[in-house]
Design a protein around this ligand. Structure first.
Ligand SMILES: Nc1ncnc2c1ncn2[C@@H]1O[C@H](COP(=O)(O)OP(=O)(O)OP(=O)(O)O)[C@@H](O)[C@H]1O
Ligand SMILES: [Mg+2]
Length: 706
């Protein structure tokens, strides 16, 4: 598995899985336009399968080094819910706002004056949501350029629409040699992937040229025809295709309208598939984005498709260019090209099997989420974080299925609650809350499932600094749990009330509630979330009351449990809380070591809030070490990033007090204006840069250490 890293700052481009052919002039024009400061939005339009997405991806790779803050790719192809457009784009940009602020504020603030190229692929089905978001983003972010792909233009005044024509076909330019024609080159490239010794010579070129003409130079149609070379000669392909087309165009040999050409080419490919391949193609259309073999095996097998055949059938579909295959560090993943996925979807509907397969898809991802939850507090935590992130699109599709299908709403609660670790520990609290609120509204009657969702949402609210919401949900959880006789949920609700009380600075109440939650946990129950976070939080409350020895003892016990279990995420909080206790008792060196360790672990996850808490601790340590400039930069970095990712220090008077004290100390040491200069330096830093700054131990000359 690749080195886990919570967030990236240089972009998130998918790989180019096949060679790119031709389009030389178009690429030059597009690059010139995107580099022109006047350009804001370029939209690539064109018929299905003509190459809009592929051209956008090519441009993205070519331009990667031209945009210092990265080229980012957001794929909206499978998104159905217009309300999730902002969130999907924010999440593609790696922004995980944990606060309850409006998402477009966060997004525009994050993009700010960064030099970014944002690709938004496939907008046509969500035009309104896309245009309003693009309008706001471009209005507020002067150095942002957007390259969108859509079958229709956005109708925005500053939009530059570039229509992607089909590839040039033989005869378009009478002076051109057939051998350098783009369509023929694409056919040849794909033919060689199928038949490695395929040669284009005087004998074959005439038929290939005619074939490309018949296919109107539409790349997807050419690719689908080329794979037929495995069994047929070019002349045979041409003859069969010509027959089929003349059938469709009423026996005249005139060309079909372009959109029908592609449809006919796809239909032809479909017919030439074995019945079992066709069935699999249809069933695979329920996946969102890419998927793994195990998932396909589970979701698509049964009813005429034995599980043991799935692998071979997938390979055949890859060979036929119906499926794309990508060898990622975490294993092979597969994906249907969008137009082909839609075709499969229609076919599945005709078979009246959509609901059953969607349910199986949901079941697979529900099981995955439940396995992730069970394994979360264990040695494979990073793996589960990575795995769940990889499946985020499919999880979203499963959640949407539950929320939009009568009779499935209760399962939405199960699925969403199992994923608590994604919402709380891995930076997706806004998304989790949004979905959980919908699921709770769809399930108004008290139940165990509802109780769990209620304490999860309370936990999320605390993370967002919304202590009012946290208390409200935890109290509801507690009273409904008593109604339905769910004692575990009562304990968790008590824990969540303790968390909210500690954030509000009500130390006595927090001590009592967390104490009760811990006491009742001793008999068993969940360790994370539950006992272990409660211990960390209680220790922090004890530290705040100057009972540092007791706090450290609790933390040492908790650390031992974490080490035994291989639990990493919580361990980072233990180190953080230990550093707070040690700092309070004047053991600065030990405090620094622990805070550093806590921060280092955070790098494995997308735990933005945890990272910011560690940065805050390191700033306080720098103050204690009288490194005022360093502390000022950390203050700046922390404030800049809190603004982007959440409510600073949860809006908690408890945490703010220590922060204010640190700022005052710093200013006393170096004066207001020097403080301001260093604060501003830090304020510019991304979270990743801020982490690097904080982890810099001063032994290597870095840009910020003087
Ligand atoms: N210039 C090219 N060189 C090589 N392959 C290409 C080229 N253009 C398109 N393709 C291939 O053709 C297929 C269809 O292209 P793509 O998915 O980009 O079409 P699209 O216009 O985005 O279609 P849709 O409207 O369905 O989203 C893909 O397999 C793509 O890799
Ligand atoms: Mg596309």
């Amino acid at each position: 598995m690749a080195t886990p890293s919570g967030w990236r700052r240089d972009g998130n481009l998918p790989n180019e899985l096949t060679s790119f052919v031709g389009r030389t002039k178009l690429l030059i024009t597009l690059r010139q336009r995107l580099q022109n400061p006047e350009t804001r939005l370029v939209t690539l339009t064109g018929v299905g399968g003509v190459g809009k997405s592929r051209t956008a991806l090519r441009i993205a790779h070519l331009e990667q080094n031209q945009f210092k803050d990265g080229v980012w790719f957001a794929d909206l192809a499978r998104l159905q819910d217009a309300g999730m457009v902002r969130h999907t784009i924010a999440s593609a940009l790696g922004i995980a706002d944990q606060s309850s602020r409006s998402e477009s504020d966060t997004l525009t603030e994050w993009v700010g004056d960064r030099h970014i190229l944002l690709i938004i692929d496939t907008c046509e089905h969500l035009l309104e949501a896309c245009t309003s978001l693009i309008d706001v983003l471009l209005d507020r972010a002067p150095n942002l350029r957007i390259l969108a792909t859509s079958r229709q233009s956005m109708q925005l005044p500053y939009e530059q629409v570039v229509n992607i024509p089909p590839l040039a076909v033989p005869g378009d330019d009478p002076a051109e040699s057939l051998f350098s024609n783009e369509s023929i080159q694409l056919f040849t490239a794909r033919a060689r992937a199928v038949v490695p010794d395929f040669v284009l010579d005087e004998k074959t070129i005439g038929s290939v040229a005619e074939l490309c003409q018949r296919l109107d130079g539409i790349p997807l149609a050419i690719e689908l025809a080329a794979v037929r070379l495995r069994a047929l000669s070019v002349v045979q392909i041409l003859t069969l295709l010509a027959d089929r087309f003349s059938l469709l165009s009423g026996a005249s040999r005139t060309a079909l309208p372009r959109h029908q050409t592609l449809r006919a080419a796809i239909g032809w490919s479909h017919e030439l598939c074995e019945p079992s391949e066709r069935l699999l193609w249809a069933r695979l259309s329920v996946f969102a984005g890419d998927f793994e073999l195990d998932a396909a095996r589970y979701v698509c097998s049964g009813d005429n498709l034995p599980a043991e055949d799935i692998m071979d059938l997938i390979s055949s579909l890859v060979e036929k260019s119906i499926l794309l295959s990508d060898g990622t560090p975490s294993g092979h993943r597969y994906r249907l090209i969008d137009t082909l996925r839609k075709y499969g979807e229609e076919w599945l509907e005709k078979l009246e099997d959509t609901d059953r397969i969607q349910k199986r898809h949901r079941d697979y991802y529900l099981q995955l989420a439940e396995r992730g939850e069970q394994a979360w507090s264990g040695p494979r935590q990073v793996y589960w974080f990575m795995r769940t992130r990889l499946e985020q699109n499919n999880l979203r599709a499963a959640i949407n299925y539950c929320l939009s299908t009568p009779g499935e709403a209760k399962t939405a609660l199960d699925l969403l609650s199992s994923l608590w670790f994604m919402w709380v520990a891995c930076g997706f609290s806004r998304e989790g809350k949004l979905y959980l609120e919908r699921a709770l509204a769809a399930n108004p009657k008290p139940s165990k499932e509802r109780c769990k969702a209620l304490w999860v949402i309370s936990y999320i609210c605390s993370h967002q600094g919304d202590t009012h919401g946290a208390i409200q949900h935890a109290e509801r959880c507690s009273s409904e749990a008593m109604q339905v006789g769910d004692s575990a949920a009562v304990i968790l609700a008590t824990k969540m009330l303790g968390t909210a009380a500690s954030l509000q600075g009500d130390l006595r109440k927090a001590t009592a509630l967390l104490g009760v939650a811990i006491e009742f946990h001793r008999g068993g129950g969940e360790l994370n979330p539950g006992l272990l976070p409660a211990i960390v939080e209680l220790s922090f409350v004890l530290t705040a009351q100057n009972e540092t020895a007791e706090a450290e003892q609790l933390l040492q016990d908790c650390l031992n449990v974490c080490l035994q279990r291989g639990e990493l995420w919580l361990r980072s909080y233990v180190y953080w809380a230990m550093s707070e206790a040690q700092l309070k008792s004047g053991r600065i060196t030990e405090a620094a070591t622990n805070a550093r360790e806590g921060l280092r672990i955070k790098l494995h996850f997308h735990d933005v809030i945890g990272t910011l808490m560690c940065l805050e601790a390191m700033a306080r340590i720098a103050v204690a070490e009288e490194q005022a400039m360093h502390a000022a930069r950390l203050h700046g970095a922390s404030e800049g990033n809190w603004r982007l990712f959440g409510l600073p220090l949860f809006g908690s008077p408890f945490f703010e007090e220590g922060h204010k004290q640190g700022v005052k100390e710093c200013k006393r040491m170096i004066g207001d204006s020097a403080y301001q200069i260093h604060f501003q330096e830090g304020f510019q830093l991304s979270l990743e840069e801020a982490t690097t700054l904080a982890l810099d131990d001063g032994t290597t000359p870095g840009p910020f250490r003087k």
